[in-house]
Design a protein around this ligand. Structure first.
Ligand SMILES: Cc1cc2nc3c(=O)[nH]c(=O)nc-3n(C[C@H](O)[C@H](O)[C@H](O)COP(=O)(O)OP(=O)(O)OC[C@H]3O[C@@H](n4cnc5c(N)ncnc54)[C@H](O)[C@@H]3O)c2cc1C
Length: 449
C-alpha cells in the first residue's frame, strides 16, 4: 500500500515518520512518500550558520512541558544534542512606549509590578466574581480577556503575548482555537484565578524553552535522515484528485496513485491543490512577519540585554514587535566576544512593517532597538529572514471551519488534513497531532487492505 504526505515541514515529516512506525507495528506493508516543494525539508524551521552566528529563520525552540516532541527526539536517537534554555534567561519584559517592565513571574509580584495601574490590577482581581459565559459560542481572544480581566490586561499583557505567539490581533483571533486552555479553564473552573489556585500553577512557567546545540535544524535533519528515501524534495504538488478508491497526485509532468494522502501544507496551498477545500482554507489568514538578526560586540550591549527578551504593546509606537536575546538563552549562537539579538517585526497589527525594503527595515529596527534597550549604533552583523505568510491566525469561528473541512475530507475518504493551518501553531502541536493523524491513516489502510 502507498501513502503520500504532501509538505515536508515538521507536521508532514513527523506524520510520515509515525505512519511508518505505526504501520510496521500493525504488520502493514505501507510505502510512504513525502513530497516537498522546496529543495530542503523543514518548512518554517531552518537554522543557518553565517560568520560564526547560528541563526534561526523561524522557531527558536519548543517547550518541554508537553512530551510529544521530546519523545519523538528520543525515538530518533537525537536526545544528546538537545539544549535547554539558560535559567538566567527567565526574565521577560514588556515595552509600553516609555520603558521596559519586567513581567511578574509569581502572582505576589503582580501586585507591585508597574505593568498595570492600581485600577487595572483591581479589575484583574475581580475576575473570580465574574460569572462564566453561558453560551458555548466562539469569541475573540480580546472579547474573552475584556470580559474576564479587563482592558489593561488586554493591552499590557495578553496583546503582547498574542504578538509573541501568533504575530496576531486579539480582536480577530479565535479563543477556542488559539487559546484552548484559557477557554477550557473558564468552562471547567468558572474563573481563571480559581483555576490557577486549584491547579497550584500560580505564575509558574509553562515549561522550559528547548532547542539543540546546533539549532532547531537538527530536529529536521534527524527526521529527514530517519525517513531516508521516503522524502522527495523539489517535488511541489499541483493537484490532488480522487481516483477510484485512492488518490491521484500530480507533480511536474507525472501522476502517481496512492491509497491514502495526508495534506501538511499551508492553508493557502491546500485550497489551491485540493479545490474542494478552497472555501474553508480561505478563512485562514497568514500575516507577514520578518525576523531580523543583529550581532553586536559584547562591549556595545553590556548591561542592556537582560533576560530572555521583550514584547511590545500595540500602543507603544515602536515598529519592533519583540526581540529575544538569543545569546542569553542558548550557547553557541554568536562568535566569541559577540552577542545576538533576534528581532521580530510586522504581524497582523502592523503588516506593512514586515514588508519594508531591507535597508529601511534594518535602520527602522535598529532605531527601535536603540530606543527600547539603549543599544547604540549599527550592529556588526545582520541577517534578515522575511516570512510573507508567517503563522496562521485562527479567526473567530475556526473550530467550525475545521469541522466543515474534516467532514468534507472524511466523506471523500483516504485523505487527512494535518499542519499548523488547523491544529495549533506550536512544534508540540505538530508532533502531537502527527501521532493522531498517523493512527487514523494506519486504521484506514488496514480497512482497505
Ligand atoms: C518566525 C517564526 C517563529 C516561530 N517560533 C516558534 C517557536 O519558537 N516555537 C514553536 O513551537 N513554534 C514557533 N513557530 C511556529 C512553527 O514554526 C510552525 O507552526 C511550524 O513549524 C509549522 O510546521 P508545518 O509543518 O505545519 O508547516 P510549514 O513549516 O509551513 O511546512 C509546510 C511545508 O509544505 C511545503 N509546501 C508548500 N507548498 C507545497 C506543495 N505544493 N507541494 C509540496 N510541498 C509544499 C512547504 O515548502 C513547507 O516545507 C514560529 C513560526 C515563525 C514563522
Amino acid at each position: 500500500m502507498k501513502a503520500a504526505v504532501i509538505g515536508g515541514g515538521i507536521s508532514g515529516l513527523a506524520t510520515a515518520y509515525q505512519i511508518k512506525e505505526m504501520s510496521k507495528a500493525a504488520g502493514l506493508d505501507v510505502h510512504v512518500t513525502v513530497f516537498e516543494k522546496e529543495n530542503r525539508t523543514g518548512g518554517t524551521i531552518s537554522t543557518v550558520e553565517e560568520n560564526g552566528y547560528l541563526l534561526e529563520t523561524g522557531p527558536n525552540g519548543f517547550l518541554d512541558s508537553k512530551k510529544s516532541t521530546l519523545e519523538l527526539i528520543t525515538h530518533l536517537g537525537a536526545g544528546a544534542a538537545l539544549e535547554k534554555s539558560n535559567r538566567s534567561s527567565a526574565r521577560r519584559y514588556i515595552y509600553n512606549g516609555k520603558k521596559l517592565m519586567m513581567l511578574p513571574d509569581k502572582p505576589q509580584k503582580f501586585l507591585t509590578s508597574p505593568i498595570m495601574t492600581l485600577s487595572g490590577k483591581l479589575r484583574v482581581m475581580l475576575e473570580p466574581f465574574i460569572a462564566a459565559k453561558k453560551s458555548d459560542d466562539d469569541e475573540s481572544v480580546a472579547s474573552f480577556v475584556l470580559r474576564r480581566i479587563g482592558r489593561q490586561a488586554l493591552d499590557n499583557l495578553v496583546g503582547p503575548m498574542v504578538s509573541g505567539i501568533y504575530a496576531g490581533d486579539p480582536e480577530r483571533l479565535s479563543l477556542k482555537s488559539a487559546f484552548p486552555r484559557m477557554y477550557g479553564l473558564e468552562r471547567e473552573y468558572g474563573s481563571l484565578i480559581k483555576a490557577m489556585m486549584k491547579l497550584r500553577r500560580g505564575g509558574a512557567p509553562p515549561g522550559t524553552l528547548t532547542s539543540f546545540k546546533s539549532g532547531m535544524g537538527s530536529l529536521i535533519d534527524a527526521l529527514t535522515g530517519a525517513l531516508g528515501e521516503s522524502v522527495k524534495t523539489d517535488a511541489g504538488i499541483n493537484l490532488v484528485e480522487k481516483s477510484g478508491r485512492g488518490w491521484k497526485i500530480n507533480h511536474g509532468s507525472t501522476y502517481e496513485e496512492f491509497d491514502a494522502v495526508v495534506t501538511a501544507v499551508p492553508a493557502y496551498v491546500l485550497g489551491r491543490i485540493l479545490p474542494e477545500a478552497a472555501e474553508e482554507c480561505a478563512e485562514i489568514y497568514y500575516p507577514p512577519l520578518t525576523v531580523v538578526h543583529l550581532g553586536y560586540k559584547n562591549s556595545v550591549i553590556a548591561g542592556k540585554t537582560d533576560g530572555f527578551g521583550f514584547l511590545t504593546t500595540k500602543a507603544s509606537g515602536t515598529k519592533v514587535l519583540g526581540a529575544i536575546f538569543s545569546t542569553n538563552i542558548f550557547i553557541n549562537r554568536a562568535p566569541e566576544g559577540y552577542s545576538l539579538v533576534t528581532v521580530m517585526t510586522g504581524g497582523a497589527n502592523f503588516p506593512e512593517n514586515a514588508m519594508m525594503e531591507h535597508d529601511k527595515l534594518l535602520s527602522t529596527v535598529c532605531e527601535g532597538i536603540e530606543k527600547i534597550t539603549g543599544i547604540k549604533g549599527a550592529p556588526d552583523f545582520w541577517k534578515i529572514f522575511p516570512h510573507e505568510k508567517a503563522i496562521p491566525n485562527y479567526q473567530v469561528g475556526h473550530p467550525d471551519t475545521v469541522k466543515k473541512l474534516e467532514n468534507k475530507m472524511e466523506k471523500m475518504g483516504g485523505i487527512f488534513p494535518a499542519g499548523n493551518a488547523f491544529y495549533g501553531v506550536g512544534i508540540n502541536d505538530a508532533t502531537m497531532k502527527s501521532m493522531e493523524t498517523a493512527a487514523r491513516v494506519a486504521a484506514y489502510l488496514k480497512g482497505v487492505k
